[in-house]
Every structure is written in C-alpha cells, then in structure tokens.
Design a protein around this ligand. Structure first.
Ligand code: TNX
Length: 692
C-alpha cells in the first residue's frame, strides 16, 4: 500500500473510530459505566444460550429472554452448557463478586455476549439493555426483519441508585384490561423499574374479586354513569351509561405471574378508611349512616367513608386475607389518604370508639384505624404502605409512607426512622398536563413537562445521609379520572415515566437532559413499534417573545437538536418546504405563526400556533406589585403584554395568570409618551375552580 493510501485509510479509520467511540449507547436509563467498541454481535439462527441452570432466578431470566425472542423474532436460542471456547453464544453467568443485588456486567463482542450478575434480576436488567441495543423494529411482533440482528459491541457495568422504582395505575376510575396491565408492566420493566402499584379500589369502582364478599364485584364494580368533561365544570353532564369491570382472582394470578417473569413486584392497594364508596354501596352496614350509598359517578373526595366499627374491621380483615394470599410481594398498600372526618364526627359509633380508646380527635381515630389494620396485615407477614395522611395522629409502627402532597411526609417519615417512597405531585403526577398546547387532551390539571420530571431529586436536602437511607425511591402515579382508554394512559405515562426511570436508576452525576434527549428518540421508536401512544413533545417548537421596535420578535427553539424548524405566517400548515427558521421573526402586524420541527422532510412534533395581535403594549416591559399565584404563573408577567392572545384557559396554560387575594397592580412602560384611546383586557371565570 502506498504511503498516501495508508494515510487516507488512517484518516478514514480515525473518523470511523471517533464516531463509534464518541457515541451514546441508546439505553435508558443510562448505565453507570460503559464503553462502546466497534462492531456488533450478530444474533441469528444458531446463536446459543447458556445459563446457571441451578439457580431458579437465572432460569426465570433465561425463560423470559427465550419467550421474548420467540414473540419478537420468532425463534429461540439453542440452550447449551457453558464452555469457555464456545462462540456465537449469550452466556448468563453467576458471579458472587457483584454486590449490588440488581447490578450486572455486560460484555458484548463480535462472537460472544457475556452477562454476569449475582441474581437473576441483574441478568434480567442486562437483557433489557440488550433489548434496547437491538433494532427497534424487532419490537413489532409482525416485523419483517430478518436475522442477523446486530447488537453493538460494548462493555457495561450497571446497578441502580434506588431500590424502589415504581409506576402506579388507578384502575378504579377507569378499568384497564389484564392485557393492558401486562403491557404496562412490560414497558416499566424495559426501563428497569421494579414495582407496579395497582390501585384496585376507590369510590368509583371496586376492581378485585373477593370470594368472601361477592357484592364488592356484583355491585361495587359498577357505576350507573360517568361525568363527561372536567369535574369542576359549572353544569356537569353525565353519559348515562353503566361502567363496570373487575379482575377475577385467576386474572390477578395471571398478571402476577407475568410481572414475576419480569422481576416486577406488585403492590396491591385496598383503600381505607376513605375513598370507600364502592365498598359501602356493596355493604352499606360498613358506613356510619348505614346508607344507602351509590358507587361514585364523578371525581373527587366524598364524605362517606368506612365507619371504624368492628363490622368494618371484620370485613377488611376478610378482604386482606384474600389479598395477602394472592399477592406474593412484601407490601399491601392501605391508602389512608383524603379521609374527611365529618361522618365520624356525626356518628355515635365512631365517637364511642374514640372515648373507649382514649383518642382525642378524629385524626387520632384515623391513626387508630390504620394501626389496627397494620397489626392485622403484619400478622399475615406483610408490611403496610400508606399515603402521607397516615402520619396524621401518629404513624403506625412499621409503616412505609408514600409522600404525595409534597415531600414533607417523606421527610417526617425518614426523620422518625420510617421508610418513605417519594411521589410528590410536583414531579411524579403523570395525570397532570405535560404540555401547554390547546390540543392537549383534557387532564385533571397541573403542569408537569418532561424536563421537570427529569430534574427531580428524590432525596430531600434536609435529610442527613443516615436519614436519606429511608428514602427507598420514587414512583410515578397515573390516576385515571381523565384517561378512559389505554392509548391515553400511555400518552400520559410516556415518556415522563422514562425520565423518572433514569432519575431512579442512573447515578445523580450522570444525569444530563441533553444526553437523555439524544437517547430518547430510540426509546420512542421502540414504543412506536409496540404501537404504544406517547407524548411527543421532545421536538415541539417553543417560542419566546422578545421586545422589538414597533412590535415584537418571536424566537423559536426546540429541544431536539437534530431537527430543523420551519414556519408559516399565512395560516398554511408548515411543511418541509416552508420557511426555514434561522433567527427571531419580526412581528409588526397581526399575524398567526405556525411552526413545526422537521427531520429528513418529515414533521416531528405537534404544530405550534401563536396568534400575535399588534398593540401599543405588545412586547413592552411590564411590572406588577404583587406577583401572581405560583400555580397560575407559568408564563411570567410578561405574558400579559407579549401581544400573544390566550385561548380558553386550561390548566398548564402559560398565557393566563391568576392572583389569589391580591390586586392586579401593573405598570406597562411604553417607552415614550403616547396617546391611548382604548384599553382592553381579557378575564376568565370558572366558579367551580374558584376562578373569578
Ligand atoms: C389525589 S394522590 C388522590 C387521588 C386522585 C389524585 C388526582 C392521592 C393519594 N389521592 O384520589 O385521583 O389526587 O391527581
């Protein structure tokens, strides 16, 4: 080879090498340590599998993998005994030297994949990393992809930061079939989460068969109708249709087995003493007034709750007997949240119990209720978890607190030596809006975009290192009032739960939103191939209004750095040939700006529309004396005079501001003395949401 050719080859090799070595692995959560090598392992017919067959959890991981491959690429690997010289093999090897119980080491070279772990769980997570390295197309069970399936050569060392990595699902407000629940579990395991919190009972429906109390499902699983639209609407309408659904115990067992094959623990939740209307409608003698009660048809908190009578405890113990026998996990969640005390205040039975037990108020009665149930549940060999209201009136001795109203419940629990799981509404409620567009589907309220989830730090600053050990992890909650269908559920859960998964698994020091955003498209492709609907906001166009002479300038941006932004100013839908955005757009007359992101000529996000109206105050500096209420201040005060007109107010809106008990005293600086003939403001009223 001539010297010039050699030099050229070296340059090419260097470029190639740089590209390979410099790249991210498309794995979420990002592994603790990894390095990428050139080449790949070609998984094909004839690829072998060996595993530590004397270890049941290794066998379970191997069976999962064989089943996964059969479903997705239509063949299994040939099982062989491990031999050092074997090539074209995936080896699941036991190693005692990996201390983290969920950790693994993975070495992928062109002729062998070696996974080492001390548990089947670690092996399972390595397999999820391999799954994410395989072409996304294989996710689609009817894919036409043929082997070999290339798997990038690399080495990985990985283990989770937190032991509790959960997702919750409310199946009471809306029922999700076992097949959907399984899909939900499969995806949470794909992102290395390990706990599924199954919210099985609430006011709007009892969803688990209890053989001893058949009316829970013949009556309690049905409501006569369901509210249409938001529960805060002035004149709510109802659909007039019976809504029902429950899981038989066989179906529950089947879901448990499915979760077990994916190393997912299920925590069943049986709500008490509040959120109990469905149970009371079935057995009215369990309420303080004796009923009759009706399974709820709207959303909210209801005054009728379990009466703390012996009848109630006998009933709940009967329920717990069956629940404890069904679910193999260590925890039973007993709810404990949002229990109004009015029915106890008005009840002779409740007041007598308070007297007899020396309880000074109804909060102590709530605590008595929970402690009594805890004792029973402990006697069944299980531990309780409750929402943070179980702190009211004194915490039950062995309880774990799920901190939802903020982080204070978690802090109080940890400081008193109790375990806590963090699920603050501010960062973990995936039933809240994820974007501000007026095309977002109706949600309960709030505003929780992807970045905010990603920025979540589960360990509160005020805890010492010792106390922080009680923070087991965190969980995303999916309350289903506003998403009746699986497609809507997944839209709310993804990719926000993916962001939380990385928060919970990856080291705090490697958390980086730009890196996450680069890896996310691969994960989303995988979801698409599984026909999973998700919120595709990573490549939305965001705008910022900048002041400019005679109008404003509109700056556009997107978090997807690989996409270009194109826009139109004439109501046309932006297409791949529309004007390319290169810098802030001057707006000096009434204009509608529409924009989208494009990659290889294909629209990526949802279209952004901004209606600009020119007036003297547009884009001018505005100052207020009292700041808006933080819950209604997403766009900052400049939203009042940016020239952009808000549409109908919705939660998560960044164009409307709200003040609570304060005057709106604002000064707009027009920059010079000007004649004003007219001043226009727009106001919004929604009495049921306390907006006047
Ligand atoms: C509060 S979080 C509730 C649920 C609702 C949810 C809606 C909790 C323990 N209770 O009953 O569904 O808000 O976001």
């Amino acid at each position: 080879m001539k010297r010039r050719e050699l030099a050229l080859l070296l340059v090419i090799l260097c470029c190639f090498g740089f590209k390979v070595f410099g790249q991210d692995l498309p794995i979420i959560p990002v592994p603790v340590k990894y390095s990428v090598q050139p080449g790949n392992f070609p998984l094909a017919f004839g690829t072998k599998l060996s595993f530590a067959s004397d270890r049941p959890d290794f066998v379970r991981a191997a069976e999962y993998w064989q089943e996964f491959l059969l479903q997705h690429i239509r063949f299994k690997l040939t099982e062989v005994a491990a031999r050092a010289s074997e090539t074209n093999i995936i080896e699941l090897r036991y190693t005692g030297d990996i201390m983290e119980p969920e950790g693994y080491r993975l070495a992928i070279s062109a002729d062998k994949i070696l996974i080492e772990a001390s548990t089947g769980r670690g092996i399972f997570y390595a397999l999820q990393s391999i799954r994410q390295l395989m072409p996304p197309g294989i996710e689609n069970k009817s894919n036409g992809l043929n082997p070999p399936y290339p798997i990038q050569c690399c080495t990985i060392e990985d283990f989770p930061r937190f032991q509790y990595r959960g997702l919750h699902l409310d199946v009471s407000r809306h029922f999700f079939k076992p097949a959907t629940v399984k899909e939900y579990i499969d995806l949470l395991a794909l992102q290395k989460m390990n706990t599924f919190h199954w919210h099985l009972t609430d006011d709007q429906g009892w969803r688990i068969e209890i053989k001893k109390y058949p009316k829970l499902t013949t009556i309690g699983s049905k409501r006569k109708q369901t509210i249409i639209g938001h529960a805060s609407a002035q004149n709510p309408k109802y659909d007039g249709e019976i809504y029902s659904g429950f899981y038989t115990q066989d179906e529950i067992r089947d879901v448990i087995a499915y979760a077990n094959s994916r190393f997912v623990t299920i925590i069943p939740e049986i709500e008490m003493p509040g959120h109990a209307l469905a149970a009371l409608a079935s057995y009215p003698e369990l309420g303080c007034s004796g009923g009759p009660y009706e399974v709820a048809t709207t959303w909210g908190v209801f005054n009728d709750v379990f009466c703390p009578s012996d009848k109630t405890f006998t009933f709940l113990e009967g329920v717990i007997d069956e629940v404890a026998a069904l679910f193999p996990g260590p925890y039973i969640h007993i709810g404990g949240d949002e229990c109004p005390k009015t029915s106890w205040q008005n009840s002779k039975t409740a007041q007598e119990i308070m007297k007899k037990e020396g309880l000074k108020d109804e909060h102590e009665l709530q605590s008595y209720f929970i402690r009594r149930m805890e004792k029973y549940i402990n006697s069944k060999g299980k531990k309780i978890i409750g929402w943070d209201e179980i702190l009211e009136g004194g915490l039950a001795p062995n309880a774990t607190v799920m901190s939802w109203q903020g982080i204070d419940g978690g802090i109080a629990a940890a400081k008193s030596g109790h375990d806590a799981i963090m699920t603050p509404q501010s960062h973990c409620y995936f039933d809240h809006y994820q974007a501000t567009g007026s095309d977002e589907p109706l949600a309960i309220g709030g505003f929780l975009p992807l970045e905010k989830v990603y920025s979540y730090e589960p360990i509160p600053e005020s805890l010492s290192a010792e106390e922080a050990k009680h923070i087991l992890g965190a969980q995303g909650n999916l309350w289903s009032e506003y998403f009746p269908e699986p497609t809507q559920l997944f839209y709310m859960a993804y990719p926000r739960s993916t962001a939380l998964a990385e928060v919970l698994w990856s080291p705090k020091s490697s958390r980086n939103f730009d890196s996450f955003a680069r890896r996310l498209p691969f994960f989303l492709q995988r979801l698409s191939q599984n026909r999973i609907n998700y919120g595709n906001h990573i490549n939305h166009v965001h705008y910022e209004v900048l002041p400019a002479e005679g109008g404003v300038k509109l700056a556009l941006s997107t978090r997807d750095k690989s996409a270009e932004i194109r826009y139109s100013l004439n109501f046309d839908r932006p297409g791949p040939k529309s004007t390319l955005y290169v810098g802030p757009i001057t707006l000096d007359k009434n204009t509608t700006v529409k924009a989208n992101t494009f990659n290889s000529g294909k629209a990526q996000g949802a279209e952004m529309t901004v209606n600009f109206s020119l007036h003297k105050a547009a884009g001018k500096n505005i100052q207020v004396i009292d700041a808006p209420n933080p819950a209604y201040n997403l766009g900052g005060v400049k939203a009042l005079s940016d020239g952009i007109t808000g549409s109908n107010f919705r939660y998560g809106d960044d164009q409307w501001l709200g003040w609570n008990g304060k005057e709106i005293d604002a000064t707009i600086d027009l920059g010079s003395t000007q004649n004003i003939s007219k001043m226009v403001g727009r106001f919004f009223q929604a009495n049921n949401s306390w907006i006047y």
